[in-house]
Write a protein that binds this ligand. Structure first.
Ligand SMILES: Cc1cc2nc3c(=O)[nH]c(=O)nc-3n(C[C@H](O)[C@H](O)[C@H](O)COP(=O)(O)OP(=O)(O)OC[C@H]3O[C@@H](n4cnc5c(N)ncnc54)[C@H](O)[C@@H]3O)c2cc1C
Length: 416
Protein backbone atom coordinates (compact mmCIF):
# COMPACT_ATOMS: atom_id res chain seq x y z
CA UNK A 1 0.00 0.00 0.00
CA UNK A 2 2.34 2.75 -1.13
CA UNK A 3 0.21 5.00 -3.41
CA UNK A 4 0.34 8.58 -2.32
CA UNK A 5 -2.75 9.47 -0.27
CA UNK A 6 -3.99 13.01 0.27
CA UNK A 7 -4.71 13.04 4.02
CA UNK A 8 -4.18 10.23 6.50
CA UNK A 9 -5.81 10.49 9.92
CA UNK A 10 -4.46 8.32 12.74
CA UNK A 11 -7.22 7.58 15.27
CA UNK A 12 -10.96 7.15 14.83
CA UNK A 13 -12.28 8.55 18.12
CA UNK A 14 -14.21 11.79 18.49
CA UNK A 15 -11.36 13.95 17.22
CA UNK A 16 -10.26 11.79 14.27
CA UNK A 17 -13.81 11.26 12.99
CA UNK A 18 -14.70 14.95 13.27
CA UNK A 19 -11.49 15.87 11.41
CA UNK A 20 -12.37 13.34 8.70
CA UNK A 21 -15.90 14.73 8.32
CA UNK A 22 -14.86 18.39 8.01
CA UNK A 23 -11.94 17.57 5.68
CA UNK A 24 -14.23 15.57 3.39
CA UNK A 25 -16.73 18.46 3.44
CA UNK A 26 -13.83 20.70 2.38
CA UNK A 27 -13.24 18.46 -0.63
CA UNK A 28 -10.16 16.58 0.60
CA UNK A 29 -9.50 12.85 0.08
CA UNK A 30 -9.31 11.21 3.48
CA UNK A 31 -8.06 7.87 4.78
CA UNK A 32 -8.54 7.14 8.48
CA UNK A 33 -6.86 4.28 10.33
CA UNK A 34 -7.41 2.96 13.82
CA UNK A 35 -5.70 0.22 15.79
CA UNK A 36 -9.14 -0.99 16.91
CA UNK A 37 -12.65 -0.13 15.77
CA UNK A 38 -13.64 3.45 15.01
CA UNK A 39 -16.23 5.19 17.20
CA UNK A 40 -15.09 3.03 20.09
CA UNK A 41 -12.44 3.26 22.80
CA UNK A 42 -12.33 6.34 25.00
CA UNK A 43 -14.86 8.27 22.98
CA UNK A 44 -17.92 6.05 23.56
CA UNK A 45 -18.62 5.28 27.22
CA UNK A 46 -18.10 8.84 28.45
CA UNK A 47 -20.71 11.28 29.78
CA UNK A 48 -21.42 12.92 26.41
CA UNK A 49 -21.60 16.43 27.88
CA UNK A 50 -21.18 19.29 25.41
CA UNK A 51 -19.99 22.09 27.63
CA UNK A 52 -19.15 25.47 26.09
CA UNK A 53 -19.42 26.75 29.69
CA UNK A 54 -16.30 24.77 30.55
CA UNK A 55 -13.65 27.40 29.88
CA UNK A 56 -11.49 27.16 33.00
CA UNK A 57 -8.56 24.81 32.26
CA UNK A 58 -7.70 21.84 34.46
CA UNK A 59 -4.43 23.54 35.46
CA UNK A 60 -5.64 26.41 37.67
CA UNK A 61 -4.84 27.99 41.08
CA UNK A 62 -6.03 25.86 44.01
CA UNK A 63 -5.84 22.59 42.09
CA UNK A 64 -2.65 21.40 43.81
CA UNK A 65 -4.06 21.98 47.33
CA UNK A 66 -7.29 20.20 46.38
CA UNK A 67 -5.32 17.34 44.83
CA UNK A 68 -3.31 16.83 48.02
CA UNK A 69 -6.54 16.70 50.08
CA UNK A 70 -7.96 14.09 47.70
CA UNK A 71 -4.78 11.99 47.80
CA UNK A 72 -5.08 11.84 51.60
CA UNK A 73 -8.42 10.00 51.37
CA UNK A 74 -7.79 7.66 48.43
CA UNK A 75 -10.74 5.29 48.87
CA UNK A 76 -13.49 7.85 48.21
CA UNK A 77 -11.56 10.49 46.27
CA UNK A 78 -12.58 11.51 42.73
CA UNK A 79 -8.85 11.77 41.91
CA UNK A 80 -5.87 9.42 42.01
CA UNK A 81 -2.42 9.25 40.49
CA UNK A 82 0.12 6.54 39.92
CA UNK A 83 3.65 6.91 41.23
CA UNK A 84 6.19 6.45 38.49
CA UNK A 85 9.69 7.65 37.71
CA UNK A 86 9.14 7.61 33.93
CA UNK A 87 10.82 10.83 32.66
CA UNK A 88 7.83 11.82 30.44
CA UNK A 89 5.47 11.49 33.38
CA UNK A 90 7.67 13.45 35.80
CA UNK A 91 8.22 16.21 33.25
CA UNK A 92 4.45 16.35 32.64
CA UNK A 93 3.76 16.66 36.38
CA UNK A 94 6.32 19.44 36.74
CA UNK A 95 4.79 21.35 33.84
CA UNK A 96 1.29 20.84 35.23
CA UNK A 97 2.31 22.22 38.63
CA UNK A 98 3.91 25.25 36.96
CA UNK A 99 0.72 25.87 34.98
CA UNK A 100 -1.56 25.91 38.02
CA UNK A 101 -1.49 29.71 37.92
CA UNK A 102 -3.81 32.62 37.23
CA UNK A 103 -1.68 33.40 34.18
CA UNK A 104 -2.54 30.01 32.66
CA UNK A 105 -6.26 30.51 33.35
CA UNK A 106 -6.17 33.97 31.77
CA UNK A 107 -4.42 32.58 28.67
CA UNK A 108 -6.90 29.71 28.33
CA UNK A 109 -10.29 31.39 28.89
CA UNK A 110 -10.84 33.06 25.50
CA UNK A 111 -9.47 30.26 23.28
CA UNK A 112 -11.44 27.58 25.16
CA UNK A 113 -14.58 29.71 24.93
CA UNK A 114 -14.14 30.28 21.19
CA UNK A 115 -13.53 26.58 20.47
CA UNK A 116 -16.33 25.46 22.82
CA UNK A 117 -18.89 27.77 21.26
CA UNK A 118 -17.87 26.84 17.71
CA UNK A 119 -18.22 23.16 18.63
CA UNK A 120 -21.62 23.61 20.25
CA UNK A 121 -22.91 25.43 17.15
CA UNK A 122 -21.41 22.78 14.88
CA UNK A 123 -23.10 19.98 16.88
CA UNK A 124 -26.53 21.57 16.46
CA UNK A 125 -25.93 22.10 12.75
CA UNK A 126 -24.31 18.73 12.02
CA UNK A 127 -26.92 16.67 13.90
CA UNK A 128 -29.72 18.50 12.13
CA UNK A 129 -28.17 18.48 8.66
CA UNK A 130 -27.06 14.83 8.76
CA UNK A 131 -30.17 13.60 10.58
CA UNK A 132 -28.11 11.99 13.35
CA UNK A 133 -30.20 10.33 16.07
CA UNK A 134 -28.21 10.32 19.32
CA UNK A 135 -30.41 11.51 22.24
CA UNK A 136 -29.08 15.02 21.74
CA UNK A 137 -30.73 17.47 24.15
CA UNK A 138 -30.04 21.16 24.67
CA UNK A 139 -31.32 21.58 28.23
CA UNK A 140 -28.08 22.74 29.83
CA UNK A 141 -25.82 21.18 32.45
CA UNK A 142 -27.01 21.30 36.06
CA UNK A 143 -24.46 21.26 38.89
CA UNK A 144 -25.69 19.95 42.26
CA UNK A 145 -24.05 20.69 45.63
CA UNK A 146 -24.51 19.13 49.07
CA UNK A 147 -22.19 21.43 51.01
CA UNK A 148 -22.81 25.14 51.44
CA UNK A 149 -19.09 25.91 51.01
CA UNK A 150 -18.97 24.01 47.71
CA UNK A 151 -22.12 25.78 46.48
CA UNK A 152 -20.54 29.11 47.41
CA UNK A 153 -17.37 28.22 45.45
CA UNK A 154 -19.58 27.13 42.53
CA UNK A 155 -21.39 30.49 42.63
CA UNK A 156 -18.07 32.36 42.58
CA UNK A 157 -17.04 30.35 39.52
CA UNK A 158 -20.42 31.09 37.90
CA UNK A 159 -19.80 34.82 38.49
CA UNK A 160 -16.41 34.58 36.79
CA UNK A 161 -17.94 32.72 33.86
CA UNK A 162 -20.78 35.25 33.58
CA UNK A 163 -18.18 38.00 33.31
CA UNK A 164 -16.93 36.12 30.23
CA UNK A 165 -20.38 35.90 28.69
CA UNK A 166 -21.39 32.41 29.89
CA UNK A 167 -25.02 32.26 31.08
CA UNK A 168 -25.61 30.66 34.52
CA UNK A 169 -28.66 30.47 36.83
CA UNK A 170 -28.43 29.67 40.54
CA UNK A 171 -31.19 27.61 42.23
CA UNK A 172 -32.04 26.85 45.84
CA UNK A 173 -33.20 23.42 46.99
CA UNK A 174 -36.94 24.00 46.37
CA UNK A 175 -36.39 25.34 42.87
CA UNK A 176 -34.03 22.46 42.12
CA UNK A 177 -36.66 19.93 43.17
CA UNK A 178 -39.07 21.37 40.59
CA UNK A 179 -36.36 21.31 37.94
CA UNK A 180 -35.04 17.83 38.75
CA UNK A 181 -37.37 15.87 41.05
CA UNK A 182 -34.82 13.11 41.76
CA UNK A 183 -32.54 15.30 43.93
CA UNK A 184 -32.23 14.21 47.57
CA UNK A 185 -33.02 16.40 50.59
CA UNK A 186 -29.30 16.82 51.25
CA UNK A 187 -28.71 18.83 48.08
CA UNK A 188 -28.55 22.48 49.14
CA UNK A 189 -28.51 24.17 45.76
CA UNK A 190 -27.37 24.08 42.18
CA UNK A 191 -26.30 26.03 39.12
CA UNK A 192 -27.63 25.55 35.61
CA UNK A 193 -25.49 26.40 32.58
CA UNK A 194 -28.25 26.60 29.96
CA UNK A 195 -25.93 26.83 26.94
CA UNK A 196 -24.65 23.26 27.49
CA UNK A 197 -26.06 20.10 25.93
CA UNK A 198 -25.61 16.33 26.02
CA UNK A 199 -25.89 13.27 23.80
CA UNK A 200 -25.06 9.59 23.58
CA UNK A 201 -21.47 9.83 22.28
CA UNK A 202 -21.35 6.25 20.95
CA UNK A 203 -24.49 6.74 18.87
CA UNK A 204 -23.26 10.09 17.56
CA UNK A 205 -19.84 8.74 16.54
CA UNK A 206 -21.15 5.54 14.94
CA UNK A 207 -23.38 7.63 12.69
CA UNK A 208 -20.62 10.15 12.03
CA UNK A 209 -18.42 7.23 10.87
CA UNK A 210 -21.19 6.22 8.44
CA UNK A 211 -21.34 9.79 7.07
CA UNK A 212 -17.55 9.79 6.69
CA UNK A 213 -17.78 6.59 4.62
CA UNK A 214 -20.75 8.04 2.71
CA UNK A 215 -18.70 11.11 1.78
CA UNK A 216 -15.99 8.85 0.33
CA UNK A 217 -13.69 8.55 3.33
CA UNK A 218 -11.70 5.31 3.49
CA UNK A 219 -11.58 3.70 6.94
CA UNK A 220 -9.15 0.95 7.93
CA UNK A 221 -9.89 -0.67 11.27
CA UNK A 222 -7.61 -2.98 13.31
CA UNK A 223 -4.67 -1.37 11.57
CA UNK A 224 -2.24 -0.07 14.24
CA UNK A 225 0.45 2.40 13.28
CA UNK A 226 3.87 1.00 14.18
CA UNK A 227 6.05 3.92 13.17
CA UNK A 228 6.09 7.32 11.48
CA UNK A 229 9.03 7.84 9.13
CA UNK A 230 10.41 11.39 8.88
CA UNK A 231 12.76 12.73 6.20
CA UNK A 232 13.61 16.27 4.99
CA UNK A 233 11.09 17.87 7.37
CA UNK A 234 8.27 15.63 6.15
CA UNK A 235 6.50 12.61 7.52
CA UNK A 236 6.99 10.51 4.43
CA UNK A 237 5.78 7.10 5.58
CA UNK A 238 3.27 5.74 8.05
CA UNK A 239 4.13 2.13 8.74
CA UNK A 240 1.11 0.10 9.84
CA UNK A 241 0.09 -3.50 10.19
CA UNK A 242 -1.77 -3.10 6.87
CA UNK A 243 1.17 -1.68 4.95
CA UNK A 244 2.97 1.64 4.57
CA UNK A 245 0.99 4.78 3.71
CA UNK A 246 2.65 7.77 2.00
CA UNK A 247 0.24 10.67 2.50
CA UNK A 248 0.67 14.36 1.68
CA UNK A 249 -0.51 15.28 5.16
CA UNK A 250 -0.85 13.29 8.40
CA UNK A 251 -3.25 14.17 11.20
CA UNK A 252 -2.45 12.66 14.57
CA UNK A 253 -5.67 12.12 16.54
CA UNK A 254 -4.64 9.12 18.61
CA UNK A 255 -5.78 10.55 21.97
CA UNK A 256 -3.74 9.23 24.89
CA UNK A 257 -1.65 7.09 22.52
CA UNK A 258 -0.40 10.13 20.58
CA UNK A 259 3.08 10.34 22.22
CA UNK A 260 3.59 6.62 21.57
CA UNK A 261 2.67 6.97 17.87
CA UNK A 262 5.18 9.80 17.24
CA UNK A 263 7.98 8.23 19.28
CA UNK A 264 11.17 8.41 17.24
CA UNK A 265 10.30 11.74 15.57
CA UNK A 266 11.80 13.82 18.44
CA UNK A 267 8.58 15.77 18.98
CA UNK A 268 7.38 17.04 22.34
CA UNK A 269 3.76 15.86 22.68
CA UNK A 270 3.09 16.04 26.44
CA UNK A 271 -0.10 13.99 26.74
CA UNK A 272 -0.77 11.70 29.72
CA UNK A 273 -3.72 9.32 30.07
CA UNK A 274 -6.23 10.12 32.83
CA UNK A 275 -8.51 7.16 33.36
CA UNK A 276 -12.19 7.46 34.23
CA UNK A 277 -15.09 5.04 34.57
CA UNK A 278 -18.71 4.85 33.55
CA UNK A 279 -21.75 2.80 34.48
CA UNK A 280 -24.63 2.56 32.02
CA UNK A 281 -28.02 1.10 32.89
CA UNK A 282 -31.61 1.05 31.71
CA UNK A 283 -33.16 4.39 32.68
CA UNK A 284 -35.58 4.16 35.62
CA UNK A 285 -39.19 5.26 34.90
CA UNK A 286 -38.69 8.83 36.18
CA UNK A 287 -35.28 9.30 34.69
CA UNK A 288 -33.24 12.47 34.96
CA UNK A 289 -34.35 15.46 32.92
CA UNK A 290 -30.96 17.15 32.73
CA UNK A 291 -27.33 16.25 32.34
CA UNK A 292 -25.89 16.66 35.84
CA UNK A 293 -22.55 17.27 37.48
CA UNK A 294 -22.51 16.19 41.13
CA UNK A 295 -20.32 19.03 42.37
CA UNK A 296 -18.15 17.83 45.26
CA UNK A 297 -17.68 14.32 43.82
CA UNK A 298 -17.10 15.39 40.18
CA UNK A 299 -19.51 12.68 39.02
CA UNK A 300 -21.44 13.24 35.81
CA UNK A 301 -24.93 11.85 35.23
CA UNK A 302 -26.35 11.70 31.72
CA UNK A 303 -29.83 10.76 30.57
CA UNK A 304 -29.53 9.13 27.13
CA UNK A 305 -33.05 8.17 26.04
CA UNK A 306 -33.81 4.80 27.58
CA UNK A 307 -30.34 4.66 29.15
CA UNK A 308 -28.84 6.44 32.12
CA UNK A 309 -25.08 6.81 32.59
CA UNK A 310 -22.88 7.85 35.50
CA UNK A 311 -19.21 8.67 35.03
CA UNK A 312 -16.46 9.65 37.40
CA UNK A 313 -12.91 9.49 38.75
CA UNK A 314 -9.76 10.89 37.22
CA UNK A 315 -6.69 8.67 37.65
CA UNK A 316 -3.42 9.83 36.18
CA UNK A 317 -2.37 6.40 35.09
CA UNK A 318 -0.84 4.32 32.34
CA UNK A 319 -2.29 3.21 28.99
CA UNK A 320 -4.54 0.77 30.82
CA UNK A 321 -8.28 0.50 30.21
CA UNK A 322 -9.08 -2.08 32.89
CA UNK A 323 -12.22 -1.49 34.96
CA UNK A 324 -12.01 -1.32 38.75
CA UNK A 325 -15.26 -2.66 40.19
CA UNK A 326 -14.41 -1.00 43.50
CA UNK A 327 -14.43 2.37 41.72
CA UNK A 328 -17.73 1.54 40.00
CA UNK A 329 -19.31 0.89 43.41
CA UNK A 330 -17.75 4.06 44.83
CA UNK A 331 -19.16 6.20 42.01
CA UNK A 332 -22.63 4.72 42.45
CA UNK A 333 -22.73 5.13 46.22
CA UNK A 334 -21.57 8.75 45.89
CA UNK A 335 -24.24 9.42 43.24
CA UNK A 336 -26.96 8.06 45.52
CA UNK A 337 -26.19 10.79 48.04
CA UNK A 338 -27.40 13.37 45.49
CA UNK A 339 -30.16 11.42 43.72
CA UNK A 340 -33.01 9.30 45.04
CA UNK A 341 -32.28 6.62 42.51
CA UNK A 342 -31.10 4.38 41.14
CA UNK A 343 -30.77 1.19 43.04
CA UNK A 344 -28.08 -0.47 40.98
CA UNK A 345 -29.97 -2.80 38.63
CA UNK A 346 -28.67 -6.27 37.89
CA UNK A 347 -27.63 -5.44 34.35
CA UNK A 348 -25.18 -2.63 34.03
CA UNK A 349 -22.38 -1.95 31.57
CA UNK A 350 -19.20 -0.75 33.18
CA UNK A 351 -16.47 0.86 31.15
CA UNK A 352 -13.15 2.68 31.45
CA UNK A 353 -11.64 5.24 29.10
CA UNK A 354 -8.59 7.49 28.93
CA UNK A 355 -8.67 11.28 28.79
CA UNK A 356 -5.65 12.58 26.85
CA UNK A 357 -4.48 15.27 29.24
CA UNK A 358 -2.01 18.11 28.62
CA UNK A 359 -0.09 19.98 31.34
CA UNK A 360 -1.82 23.34 30.65
CA UNK A 361 -5.35 22.03 30.11
CA UNK A 362 -5.59 23.12 26.46
CA UNK A 363 -5.69 20.74 23.52
CA UNK A 364 -2.81 20.61 21.04
CA UNK A 365 -4.01 21.57 17.56
CA UNK A 366 -1.78 22.67 14.71
CA UNK A 367 1.15 21.88 12.42
CA UNK A 368 4.41 20.79 14.00
CA UNK A 369 7.44 22.94 13.24
CA UNK A 370 9.77 19.96 12.68
CA UNK A 371 7.41 18.26 10.19
CA UNK A 372 5.01 20.80 8.69
CA UNK A 373 2.94 18.08 6.98
CA UNK A 374 2.09 16.61 10.42
CA UNK A 375 -0.92 18.21 12.15
CA UNK A 376 -1.58 17.35 15.80
CA UNK A 377 -5.17 17.17 17.06
CA UNK A 378 -4.90 15.69 20.52
CA UNK A 379 -4.83 16.42 24.25
CA UNK A 380 -8.54 17.24 24.66
CA UNK A 381 -8.61 15.71 28.17
CA UNK A 382 -12.18 15.85 29.55
CA UNK A 383 -13.48 17.82 26.56
CA UNK A 384 -12.85 15.53 23.59
CA UNK A 385 -16.55 15.10 22.87
CA UNK A 386 -17.41 18.70 23.63
CA UNK A 387 -14.68 20.13 21.40
CA UNK A 388 -14.86 17.51 18.61
CA UNK A 389 -16.71 19.32 15.80
CA UNK A 390 -14.91 22.62 16.50
CA UNK A 391 -11.54 20.85 16.34
CA UNK A 392 -12.61 19.12 13.12
CA UNK A 393 -13.42 22.42 11.44
CA UNK A 394 -10.23 24.08 12.72
CA UNK A 395 -8.05 21.20 11.49
CA UNK A 396 -9.77 21.30 8.08
CA UNK A 397 -8.98 25.03 7.84
CA UNK A 398 -5.34 24.46 8.79
CA UNK A 399 -4.91 21.53 6.37
CA UNK A 400 -6.56 23.45 3.49
CA UNK A 401 -4.53 26.61 4.11
CA UNK A 402 -7.74 28.63 4.69
CA UNK A 403 -8.03 31.47 7.18
CA UNK A 404 -8.83 29.53 10.38
CA UNK A 405 -12.34 29.90 11.79
CA UNK A 406 -10.72 31.02 15.06
CA UNK A 407 -7.22 31.99 16.18
CA UNK A 408 -5.44 28.66 16.78
CA UNK A 409 -2.38 30.30 18.43
CA UNK A 410 -3.15 29.15 22.00
CA UNK A 411 -3.39 25.51 20.85
CA UNK A 412 -0.12 25.48 18.86
CA UNK A 413 2.16 22.45 19.41
CA UNK A 414 5.14 24.85 19.54
CA UNK A 415 4.08 26.14 22.98
CA UNK A 416 5.81 23.08 24.49
C1 LIG B 1 -15.22 8.77 32.33
C2 LIG B 1 -15.05 9.79 31.24
C3 LIG B 1 -16.04 10.74 31.02
C4 LIG B 1 -15.88 11.70 30.02
N1 LIG B 1 -16.90 12.59 29.78
C5 LIG B 1 -16.76 13.51 28.79
C6 LIG B 1 -17.80 14.43 28.49
O1 LIG B 1 -18.86 14.41 29.11
N2 LIG B 1 -17.59 15.36 27.52
C7 LIG B 1 -16.42 15.42 26.82
O2 LIG B 1 -16.26 16.30 25.99
N3 LIG B 1 -15.43 14.52 27.05
C8 LIG B 1 -15.57 13.59 28.01
N4 LIG B 1 -14.56 12.70 28.27
C9 LIG B 1 -13.29 12.83 27.53
C10 LIG B 1 -13.37 12.20 26.16
O3 LIG B 1 -13.81 10.86 26.26
C11 LIG B 1 -12.00 12.25 25.51
O4 LIG B 1 -11.53 13.57 25.53
C12 LIG B 1 -12.08 11.78 24.06
O5 LIG B 1 -12.45 10.44 24.01
C13 LIG B 1 -10.75 11.97 23.35
O6 LIG B 1 -10.99 11.68 22.00
P1 LIG B 1 -9.80 11.36 21.01
O7 LIG B 1 -10.41 11.12 19.69
O8 LIG B 1 -8.74 12.39 21.16
O9 LIG B 1 -9.15 10.03 21.60
P2 LIG B 1 -9.74 8.51 21.66
O10 LIG B 1 -11.22 8.51 21.79
O11 LIG B 1 -8.95 7.85 22.70
O12 LIG B 1 -9.37 7.98 20.22
C14 LIG B 1 -8.05 7.70 19.86
C15 LIG B 1 -8.08 6.57 18.85
O13 LIG B 1 -6.74 6.32 18.41
C16 LIG B 1 -6.60 4.95 18.22
N5 LIG B 1 -5.18 4.58 18.27
C17 LIG B 1 -4.38 4.51 19.35
N6 LIG B 1 -3.16 4.11 19.02
C18 LIG B 1 -3.17 3.90 17.69
C19 LIG B 1 -2.20 3.44 16.76
N7 LIG B 1 -0.95 3.11 17.13
N8 LIG B 1 -2.58 3.32 15.46
C20 LIG B 1 -3.83 3.64 15.05
N9 LIG B 1 -4.77 4.07 15.90
C21 LIG B 1 -4.46 4.20 17.21
C22 LIG B 1 -7.42 4.32 19.35
O14 LIG B 1 -7.80 2.99 19.05
C23 LIG B 1 -8.60 5.26 19.44
O15 LIG B 1 -9.70 4.81 18.69
C24 LIG B 1 -14.70 11.72 29.23
C25 LIG B 1 -13.72 10.74 29.44
C26 LIG B 1 -13.88 9.78 30.42
C27 LIG B 1 -12.82 8.73 30.60
Amino acid sequence: MSDRQDILIIGGGSIGLNCAYYLLRAGRKVTLIDSGSVADGSSTGNAGHIVPSHIIPLAAPGVIAQTIKWLLRPSTSPFAMQFSFAPDYLQWLLRFVRNCSQGNVDRALSPLKALGELSAQNYAHLIDEEGIVCNYQQKGLLYLYRQVAALRAGCEEAELLRSHGVAATIYDHQELRRLEPAVTDTVVGGILYPGDANLNPGLFLQQLALRVRGLGGEIHEHCPVHQLQGRNRRVCGVVTRCGTFCPEEVILAAGSWSPEVVRGLHLDVPVQPAKGYSITMAAPPDTLRHALLLGEQKIAASPMGDLLRFTGRLELSALDMSVSYWQIQTIMSAARRYLNFPRLPEHITSWAGLRPTTPDGLPIIGRTELYPNLILATGHAMLGISLGPGTGQLVADIACGRKPVLDPGAFAPSRF
